[in-house]
Design a protein around this ligand. Structure first.
Ligand code: KIV
Ligand code: ZN
Length: 499
């Protein structure tokens, strides 16, 4: 039986989701979980893009040893050196070099020619190969490229040492038959020992179907992200491709290394650490997938779940928590719960999270969602520039609200007061003043507050999306006090900008 290799790019392409910013700690935790999920290759980042990205890739290579760890590089020497520097301690490193091959990119992005691009690609792959035995090459926007040029380019980079050829449908333009045929033709024209990989985006909603068509036409590596996150409409969703292969074994006869019972845990962790919710109707991992509303369906499912369910909750690891926690639970039970949820924190981190747990447990009953929120809060504040010290708010139905906020910033304490239309607006205005960003350059794009668990003692989760100078930053926080959760979420978003 042929094996399909899974390259997960949640930490690279997935991190390009507007507003999503992961710190080093988030990335290491996600990489560990991807390892447990069984992915074959983790694309850990794009080291030349920032020092934070470089450090995260480096740390992942030291901690996660089973999968291949890949790092992305443009076809320029500095990027490749930076990728190698970050990767070199990995057990199984891979440099992933890319350059666009479509005329529209060559002309308008590079102001270059096909000849020049071919030379740059070959030079870059040869250089990467001189550093690392495993080199993947991607002709960006492959699916909109001139076919003759694409074949010529692929032949040249394979000669230069690329052993994996990835075919990005960068703008999600392809339809399944067409993409499948492209993969088939490429495979016909390249040596057998080169792996052909599919990398599909979801602009027209075809990313998963295109990836499946690629598999049927000979692709043996699939690039995808957890929950299908990624730039614009996102990437092909890992869990959907895996569960297609799994639920339709009668149709797809392939082996994978994925442990499907880790899917639910991975999906929740990624959603929670990135601050990006999963739509309730999302295939495989949406909250409604195992919910049956109509009477006829309920009747069928009560008789036999297979009437309306083609995958089981157990097959994706969706089981109710084995370890309920109460306010009497000790540190050991708390740590076991962290492990059950997929977190692997050091002793100091467990101590800090355990203290928050005890504070909350005195006030309310604790659920798995609350524990995830506690861990998020801890990880978010670990690399923060601004921290909330205190706030005071005056508001009423016949007055403008007034907020006084004190933040600590790199050892100093700063306070500001501001008016606003209501307590949240006043507090956000005060924080804007403290940030030093001009009021016109900072916009609140989204603000949501919801109870993450049931009951009047529920933790309120606040999420904001702010735009500073054209870039989006998502922030979130939880508290039993929704004004405090709102203020903390705003500071969380500001920290992503300030880091
Ligand atoms: O979508 C794309 O083209 C990419 C490449 C850099 C592989 O993500
Ligand atoms: Zn991509």
């Amino acid at each position: 039986m042929d094996k399909i290799l899974f390259l997960d790019t949640t930490l690279r392409d997935g991190e390009q989701t507007p507003g999503a910013v992961l710190n080093r700690l988030h990335k290491v935790e996600i990489a560990r979980q991807l390892d447990r999920l069984g992915v074959d290759i983790i694309e850990a980042g794009f080291p030349a893009s920032s020092n934070g990205n470089f450090q995260a890739v480096k740390e992942i290579t030291q901690i996660v040893r089973r999968p291949v760890i890949a790092a992305l590089a443009r076809a320029v020497e500095d990027d490749i050196l930076s990728a190698w520097e970050a990767l070199k301690e990995a057990e199984r490193p891979r440099i992933h070099v890319f350059i666009a091959s479509s005329d529209i990119h060559i002309k308008y992005k590079y102001h270059s020619t096909r000849r020049e691009i071919l030379k740059r690609a070959v030079d870059a792959v040869s250089f990467a190969k001189s550093l690392c035995g495993d080199v993947e090459f991607s002709p960006e926007d492959a699916s909109r490229s001139d076919l003759e040029f694409l074949y010529e380019l692929l032949e040249a980079v394979i000669k230069a040492g690329a052993t994996v050829i990835n075919i990005p449908d960068t703008v999600g333009y392809s339809v399944p038959d067409e993409y499948g045929a492209l993969i088939k033709n490429i495979i016909k024209n390249i040596p057998d020992n080169v792996i052909v990989s599919a990398h599909c985006h979801d602009d027209l909603g075809n990313a998963v179907s295109n990836s499946l068509a690629a598999i049927q036409n000979g692709a043996r590596q699939i690039e995808c992200t957890v929950n299908g996150i990624g730039e614009r409409a996102g990437n092909a969703s890992l869990e959907e491709i895996v569960m297609n292969l799994n639920a339709r074994r009668d149709y797809f006869d392939f082996e994978t290394s994925i442990d499907t019972t880790e899917i639910s845990r991975t999906s929740r962790m990624v959603s929670s650490l990135m601050g990006i919710g999963v739509p309730p109707n999302k295939a495989v991992v949406g909250a409604n997938v195992f919910t049956h509303e109509s009477g006829i369906h309920q009747h069928g499912v009560l008789n036999d779940r297979r009437t309306y369910e083609i995958i089981t909750p157990e097959s994706i690891g969706l089981t109710t928590g084995k370890l309920p926690l109460s306010k009497l639970s000790g540190r050991h039970a708390f740590n076991e719960k962290l492990k059950e949820l997929g977190y692997n924190l050091n002793n100091e981190a467990v101590d800090i999270c355990f203290k928050s747990f005890k504070d909350y447990a005195d006030r309310k009953s604790i659920t798995d969602e609350d524990i995830r929120a506690i861990v998020n809060e801890y990880m978010d504040t670990l690399e923060s520039v601004y921290e909330l010290v205190s706030f005071q708010i005056q508001s009423g139905n016949n007055m403008k609200a007034m907020a006084m906020v004190t933040l600590s910033c790199r050892g100093a304490q700063l306070s500001e007061a501001a008016l606003g239309d209501g307590p949240i607006d006043a507090a956000f205005n005060a924080i804007n003043r403290l940030s030093g960003v001009n009021n016109e350059d900072i916009k609140l794009e989204e603000y949501n507050i919801k109870a993450i668990t049931e009951g009047t003692d529920a933790l309120g989760e606040a999420r904001v999306k702010i735009n500073i100078g054209g870039a989006d930053y998502i922030g979130r926080s939880v508290s039993t006090d929704i004004i405090e959760a709102s203020i903390r979420s705003y500071i969380n978003a500001l920290n992503k900008w300030a880091l």
